[in-house]
Design a protein around this ligand. Sequence first.
Ligand SMILES: [Zn+2]
Length: 92
Amino acid sequence: MSTPVALHRSSADAELRIRWDDGVEQCIAFARLRGACPCSQCRAARLRGRIDLVKAGVTLREVNLQGYGIQLVFDDGHDRGIYPWSYLRGLD
Ligand SMILES: [Zn+2]
């Protein structure tokens, strides 16, 4: 499994940049991350087809390392998502 060697939260570009140990550089938009939140509440909302989940211009307020991934805190107050490395790597 890949692990990141660098994480950069770019507010200017509204994206999280991850450099992985195999040299791959990944950029994921904050809105994409928010929309892909893996917490049970968001998963359930997506299954119900809720499209109001992600507000326009959502920003990422905090990135907290959790060992096997990161907990992301968004400016809409949502902080329940813990994104494992393998899950992040699979996001485009
Ligand atoms: Zn969530």
